[in-house]
Design a protein around this ligand. Structure first.
Ligand code: GLN
Length: 243
């Protein structure tokens, strides 16, 4: 773990330590909404590092793969020689959080991969033993919002319990298969749709939208755009070995 100089200095009395203080968290900054994730980790008190080159993977305590377009991030990562070192770091146990396109890039398998002009299917970094389906929630609605029960956020409980996570989905994937060792953290239930701003097409089945396996975390939705801080805090706790 990298400690910045400031975290080694005594803190003035009464100034609360932020959850991410002293951590260096990279955000893959090839395409997509990496700025929002950089802001989220910095709000949590961590140092945020935009990652575009293999050398920028050095010294990170964790990495976030943002939402965006998984095919573009895949192509750029290979063009920038980042894909292999990133796969190696994931295999070595680097904590990684992927949101939306980031979830797709962490998945072992894509049910409906896109192909490039030569017919080659898109690739992923892998690491999470799941199969995802891209743009899964129905074509007529590109995005929808709903409230989710989300496991693992007990640290945020009040007397009323753990508040639901308000989730924004933007052409997001769902998880169609989870392998052994993959924990389901949240699902969109058909009943949740009563409260959703737009109904998603779940085809009558609860759909998995957040998972964790070891040091890897993935969500189909975008906590970085709603001001929801707890998913990034959960990731920070995973980095610290507290979750
Ligand atoms: N549909 C996009 C993809 O397949 C993901 C959308 C997002 O990240 N908001 O990569």
């Amino acid at each position: 773990m990298t400690n910045s100089l400031s975290s080694a200095l005594p803190r003035p009395a009464g100034v609360a330590e932020k959850p991410g203080s002293g951590l260096r968290i990279g955000v893959l900054a090839l395409q997509g909404d990496f700025r929002e994730h950089l802001r989220a980790v910095e709000t949590a008190g961590a140092a945020g590092v935009g990652v575009r080159r293999p050398a920028e993977l050095e010294g990170l305590d964790g990495l976030i793969i943002p939402g965006g377009e998984s095919t573009a991030i895949d192509k750029l990562a290979r063009a920038f020689d980042l894909a292999e070192p990133l796969q190696q770091r994931i295999a070595d146990g680097l904590p990684v959080y992927g949101s939306c396109a980031g979830m797709i890039l962490l998945a072992h398998d894509i049910a409906d991969p896109a192909a490039d002009l030569a017919g080659n299917p898109q690739q992923t970094f892998g690491g999470l033993d799941i199969t995802v389906r891209r743009n899964a929630f129905g074509r007529q609605r590109e995005s929808f919002e709903t409230d989710l029960d989300f496991k693992g956020l007990e640290f945020s409980a009040t007397e009323q319990g753990v508040a639901p996570v308000h989730a924004v989905f933007i052409r997001g994937p769902w998880v169609e298969r989870v392998g052994p060792g993959v924990e389901v953290l949240a699902q969109v239930e058909p009943a949740d749709q009563e409260h959703a701003s737009h109904a998603a097409d779940l085809q009558g089945t609860a759909r998995i939208v957040a998972v964790r396996s070891g040091q890897l975390l993935a969500t189909s939705f975008h906590p970085e755009v709603t001001g929801e801080k707890r998913v990034h805090e959960l990731f920070i706790r995973m980095i610290r070995g507290e979750a």
